[in-house]
Design a protein around this ligand. Structure first.
Ligand SMILES: CC(C)(COP(=O)(O)OP(=O)(O)OC[C@H]1O[C@@H](n2cnc3c(N)ncnc32)[C@H](O)[C@@H]1OP(=O)(O)O)[C@@H](O)C(=O)NCCC(=O)NCCS
Length: 178
């Protein structure tokens, strides 16, 4: 298995991976929603703002992850990890954690200081994330599951509070994602 930055030529294959994986885990409607989200993320985000990575086995993409900017009036060195998918038949073998750690290390080398995500704390705690209060960092939209708002600092032991709201890239500007 190889881990590497994604190639925009692989947009269709990556969209299909996300659609398939989320259809399997959450049902066909959610599969379409996440497939479209990933397409919008790849096609509608400035290249220099988007970090995407893939896991490849036998020339087939079996995993993918994206990081896009989460900006604040006072800080612009934070990224949102979302979404991530590992092909259903390859799940539970450690590939998800390897791909996330690979992506995070890449961003760390680029000088990124903070990473946030919105998901299952049981899984993301395995790759360095912990719960953050919205009093510390505000999410860009109202959260249906505040217990899934997670973050990690790549430069400090803990995340220091940032005042004011945060802004995500356009692809995530739908309240249903939050
Ligand atoms: C979540 C996902 C990315 C994890 O990748 P993976 O390669 O299957 O995970 P790993 O093998 O690296 O890690 C497995 C560990 O995480 C846990 N885990 C895996 N998926 C989980 C999930 N959806 N929720 C909670 N825990 C999960 C497992 O219990 C396992 O723990 P253990 O090692 O203590 O047994 C992958 O299962 C997936 O694509 N799921 C469907 C889509 C999804 O839910 N994406 C995340 C939200 S954006």
């Amino acid at each position: 298995m190889n881990l590497l930055p994604y190639n925009p030529d692989d947009t269709d294959e990556i969209q299909q991976l996300f659609t398939r994986v989320f259809s399997d885990s959450e049902g066909e409607t959610e599969g379409q929603v996440i497939g479209n989200l990933v397409y919008n993320l790849m096609s509608g985000t400035k290249t220099q703002d988007l970090y995407g990575f893939v896991a490849i086995e036998n020339e087939i993409i079996i995993g993918s992850i994206f990081f896009s900017p989460l900006t604040f009036k006072s800080k612009d060195n934070a990224f949102l990890l979302s979404p991530v998918a590992i092909d259903t038949s390859h799940q539970g073998k450690g590939i998800g954690q390897k791909l996330i750690n690979y992506g995070i290390n890449h961003l760390k080398e680029k000088g990124v200081e903070l990473i946030f995500t919105y998901g299952d704390p049981m899984f993301y705690s395995k790759v360095g994330f912990s719960l953050i209060s919205e009093k510390t960092i505000k999410a860009p939209h109202a959260l249906t599951h505040p217990e899934g708002w997670l973050g990690q600092s790549l430069v400090d032991d803990e995340i220091k509070p940032i005042t004011g709201t945060s802004y995500c890239v356009n692809a995530f500007n739908k309240s249903e994602y939050w």
